[in-house]
Design a protein around this ligand. Structure first.
Ligand code: ADE
Length: 325
């Protein structure tokens, strides 16, 4: 059974039994529990709609996936990866949370956090570039979210400004885990309750067999191109590309086609514009390093002077976002 539901999210409903006594029944949410509204986005395998829970009048983003199309295009594996990854990532404000999944004859439904502010890319295009303060704030929120997903054993593998959404408060929410890699939980390094191995051998170049997936050309790490192997540090390469892009207005590696973009990446062929902030340049140069084991680890990125003044942890998510400049 391809669409088996595991660990399904449930709600309770008050009913009466044969004797008229009130009983609390556990019921699964379904399509009819939501009122569907405007279209928020369309992908090749899914449509995202705004939808309101009829009981509690809360609005969500519901990703609707067409089962026939997914089977025909052999994407079943990726749908399951997205669901499994999101089910591990339910406790962080910087990641789009999955509340319920259900299905009908035709479609699968993922009920997600609504991020009303749209994609980070759209805001960047409108602004041209971000100033240092905005880049510091949005960069810090993204990095805090990456640290959380890595602690839960999830590598995103396709981080880019399109996959960073903004909510009403202009706080970031990372989305699109369809191409994530889910690590063995013992290697995840989350709570540290899984016994030995807390040195986290997965932080550097993890050994696993080649996979055919390649993310978006401009943000792909060199190790994916040369060894066909992504690790946690591959997300930090993409993070370095995004920081560069926020400040420069364009990604560091960009050519007229994918092949030439890949050639630039493996040759580390990029330059900073004149008047690029020196502290940001120093950080990005420590992220855009060909050898993934030599890339700055997350704790060192947080301590880098570019992020001076950032309050890491919960406080970061209580802060007012700076006005875009
Ligand atoms: N588009 C895709 N996913 C979305 C979400 N979670 N919220 C708003 N718009 C989206």
């Amino acid at each position: 059974e391809e669409w088996k539901e595991r660990g399904a999210a449930v709600a309770t409903r008050q009913e009466v039994d044969q004797n008229g006594r009130p009983v609390s029944k556990i019921v699964k949410k379904g399509v009819n529990d939501f009122h569907f509204g405007r279209t928020l986005g369309e992908g090749s395998y899914s449509t995202v709609l705004a939808a309101t829970d009829r009981q509690i009048h809360r609005e969500y983003a519901v990703k609707v996936l067409d089962k026939r199309h997914i089977i025909k295009e052999k994407k079943v594996k990726y749908v399951n990866i997205e669901k499994d990854a999101l089910n591990r990532l339910t406790e962080h404000p910087g990641i789009v949370r999955l509340y319920y999944t259900f299905q009908d004859e035709r479609s699968l439904y993922f009920v997600l956090d609504l991020a009303n502010g749209g994609e980070l890319l759209g805001h960047l295009k409108k602004m041209g570039t971000f100033d240092e303060e905005c880049t510091r704030f949005y960069g810090a929120q993204m990095l805090d979210s990456i640290a959380y997903m890595h602690s839960k054993g999830i590598i995103h593998r396709d981080l880019k400004p399109e996959n960073v959404l903004l909510d009403e408060q202009m706080h970031t929410k990372i989305t699109d885990f369809g191409t994530a890699k889910i690590l063995d939980i013992r290697s995840a390094g989350g709570t540290g309750t899984d016994g030995p191995g807390s040195g986290d051998p997965m932080d550097g170049a993890e050994q696993e067999r080649a996979v055919s997936f390649v993310g978006t050309a401009e943000y792909v790490s060199p190790e994916l191109l040369t060894d066909k192997n992504a690790c946690k540090a591959s997300d930090l390469w993409a993070f370095g590309c995004i920081l560069y892009q926020l400040l420069a207005g364009r990604p560091p590696f960009k050519a007229s086609n994918e092949y030439q973009t890949f050639q630039k990446i493996v040759a580390l062929d990029y330059r900073f514009p004149d008047n690029f902030p020196a502290v940001a340049k120093d950080l990005i140069e420590r992220l855009l390093v060909l050898d993934p084991s030599k890339r700055l680890p997350i704790e060192h990125i947080k301590a880098h002077s570019f992020f001076e003044g950032i309050q890491w942890g919960k406080g970061l998510w209580k802060q007012k976002a700076p006005r875009l400049r």
